[in-house]
Design a protein around this ligand. Sequence first.
Ligand code: C2E
Ligand code: MG
Ligand code: MG
Ligand code: MG
Length: 277
Amino acid sequence: QAKDSGRNRYRFFATSMNEQLNRQRAIAGALRQSLEGDDFHLVFQPQIDFNDYHIQACEALLRWQPNDTSLQAMPSEFIPIAERSDLMIRLGQWVIRSACRQLSKWRAQGLPHIRIDLNISGKQLHQSSFFNFLNEVLDEYGLQASDFGIELTEDVLTGADSNLLAQLTHMRDAGMKIAVDDFGSGYSSLNFLKHFSVDTLKIDRALIAKAPESAKEQAILEAIVQLGHKLNLQIVAEGIETELQAVFCKQLGCDQAQGFLYHKPMPAPQLAQLLTS
Ligand code: C2E
Ligand code: MG
Ligand code: MG
Ligand code: MG
């Protein structure tokens, strides 16, 4: 009996593993096709200042509508799949180009200037031509490094060699903001800051969600804010959903906030409307 159910469990596990692999393979194929077509778009989520609640910047987030709707996926599913091949490079280039096109369009429409923050994956950043490509597209659209911010995760920064850090420093000197994304979800040692400076820590949503009810998470959050401020960093609280979380993060000294409580990610025309209203 026990052996039987064990075997069934194994079979169930193997089947779902198989299904998962099939889905991943199908998504990779569909992403490749979509890069030829027009199945991606960007949405934008505003970041607000905790002092006066004005919109400081917006984060560009990738959305995908494949022809085969059964493959419909969010970035948390399809980005890691793209990361395992050359797809991420091309997808990342699509994102940079689209964000530049959007920003130049907003400028032409006379919209108030707003910074766009881009998520850059490790694979993208470690590609030797990354900065050349970025600067080329900026030039093409008549934009500056200071029009953009990039969000990198801690492991990407920890794994960066001196050459990469020098290139990042160069972009930062040119005015590009650099944020550490999902801070507080990994080791969060800030050790990399000995060799390289960033502008912002974006505190992970999971930590923000737990902090109001958990003394432990509260202590960690408090320590991050204090240490960050001592290092002259801006602190963004990510994924704020409730008034309680907002009050809490503001009290602890977070500088900016991003979350569904304020704004959900929205299509470009909606953000334009928000910025002019
Ligand atoms: P992230 O960079 O940490 O982005 C924040 C994610 O949290 C977004 O999910 C956003 O929609 C979601 N979010 C914001 N506020 C709230 C909130 O109040 N509650 C909840 N529950 N969620 C909130 P999204 O768009 O699904 O993206 C997930 C992740 O995928 C991003 O996390 C980022 O790591 C990655 N990603 C998205 N777009 C890109 C891209 O263009 N390039 C790369 N390399 N990665 C991307
Ligand atoms: Mg991000
Ligand atoms: Mg994040
Ligand atoms: Mg993330």
